[in-house]
Design a protein around this ligand. Structure first.
Ligand SMILES: *Cc1c(COP(=O)(O)O)cnc(C)c1O
Length: 421
């Protein structure tokens, strides 16, 4: 059953309630390894489901366009102060609706239409909002891209510098969606300074690792930091923009009134709770356990002949080229899902195949670490993945069903926040 319980929803709309219950059980029974996902705490779920949903608060604490902000001002201030304390920044904006609008706000704050910026392209591990041709960021601005090394699978900092010197970008993005290695923030900062660009660190994937001390922080190196709150940071779906005091006004103006109207106060409350949780010593242990699990899984998969981009991982994320296993990313992801192992098909750098049917899969250990799995379970996870991928090649549904049962049995011993048996 979903936790908190849903008696009113069940009475008012049994159809919808049954779908939510179905999703809760699905999340309970699956090994959830989509690298951008997690399980939020029941406290976060409760904060997001409150009457804060009813309130309009256009503006910022102490300067609103609607009355009745006696509590919402305090809630947003709490979230802001907790973000600043956790990451050590001078300014935080907690109003952006999600990671993509947060990035768009940064463009609005620092760029004019047609201005040039530098980023890692989506197919190499960047994000849509880092200038993909189908994104507003690619249509309205001029993206130039650096790449990862063909042989190393790692970002080539010499190439970043050469490209930056050649194209003179106004802004440089670092960070992405499929980067299994540590981002060298000081090196990016040195290049940005040399060419007079604003350095934006998009830490959406690794924010929780940074908060927990399991990845170096961009603070003191990047001019602006954007992050989602719902990936390794383990908060509600939302985002934050952090910066030095110098850029505070430009960012706040870009978010409101530049792009948005009223902030989602219930989400702000959930973010405040998640930031409080992330400031506890248990979260530091959690962040390090995510990385330990990812490394243990990488070792076990390497031993089974999986081809990991860059050879392994420094963070929560693994990117795997399945070409050598004789299966494409999409059918592999579908069979793995049927086997109770949920992840996504993904392009690998220099992928000869198309994004809708690429060569690889991407996975992460944030959610299974929240469930309480440790290094000792990772060889078993790797074995299941290997068996499922082999089953995909042979069309062996019996093996897939066996793995799904075994996954469910294992997870029975690891409670899920948001669900009770
Ligand atoms: C997830 C992500 C985003 C976008 O977040 P949404 O909330 O999905 O809009 C932006 N940048 C990076 C690097 C991400 O991983």
């Amino acid at each position: 059953m979903h936790e908190p319980k849903l008696p009113h929803l069940t009475a008012a709309d049994p159809t919808l309630a049954a779908l939510v219950e179905g999703e809760a059980k699905r999340q309970h029974d699956k090994l959830r390894m989509i690298a951008s996902e997690n399980y939020v705490s029941t406290a976060v779920l409760e904060a997001c489901g409150t009457v804060l949903n009813n309130k309009y608060s256009e503006g910022y604490p102490g300067k609103r366009y609607y009355e009745g902000q006696q509590f919402c001002d305090q809630i947003e201030t709490l979230a802001i102060e907790r973000a600043k304390a956790l990451f050590g920044t001078e300014h935080a904006n907690v109003q952006t609706y999600s990671g993509s609008p947060a990035n768009l706000a940064v463009y609005l704050a620092f760029m004019q239409p047609g201005d040039t910026f530098l980023s890692l392209e989506l197919a190499q591990g960047g994000h849509l909002t880092h200038g993909s041709p189908v994104s507003a960021t690619g249509k309205w601005f001029r993206p130039e891209h650096y790449t990862v090394g063909r042989d190393t699978g790692r970002i080539d900092m010499d190439l970043v510098r050469d490209t930056a010197l050649a194209v003179r970008p106004k802004m440089i993005f670092c960070g992405g969606t499929a980067i299994p290695r540590t981002i060298d923030f000081p090196a990016f900062a040195a290049i940005a300074r040399e060419v007079g660009a604003i350095l934006v660190a998009d830490i959406a994937h690794i924010a929780g690792l940074i908060a927990g001390g399991a990845h170096p922080s961009p603070v003191g190196h990047a001019d602006v930091i954007t992050t989602t709150t719902h990936k390794t940071l383990r908060g509600p779906r939302g985002a934050m923009i952090m910066a030095s005091a110098e850029h505070a006004t430009a960012i706040d103006k870009a978010v409101f009134p530049g792009l948005q109207g009223g902030p989602h106060n219930h989400t702000t409350a959930g973010i405040a709770v998640a930031l409080h949780e992330a400031a506890q010593p248990t979260f530091t242990a959690y962040a390090h356990q995510i990385v330990a699990n990812a490394k243990a899984l990488a070792t076990a998969l390497n031993e089974r002949g999986f081809d990991l981009v860059s050879g392994g991982t420094d963070n929560h994320l693994l990117l795997i080229d399945l070409t050598g296993k004789g299966v494409e990313g999409k059918p592999a992801a579908k069979v793995l899902d049927a086997a109770g192992i949920e992840l996504n098909f993904n392009t690998v750098p220099y992928d000869p195949r198309k994004p809708w049917s690429p060569s690889g899969i991407r996975l992460g250990t944030a959610a299974l670490t929240t469930r309480g799995l440790t290094e000792q379970h990772m060889p078993q996870v790797a074995a299941w993945m290997d068996d499922a991928v082999t089953a995909a090649v042979k069309d062996d549904t019996a093996t897939v069903e066996r793995i799904a049962c075994q996954v469910r049995d294992l997870l029975q011993g690891f409670p899920m926040p948001g669900y009770t048996d």
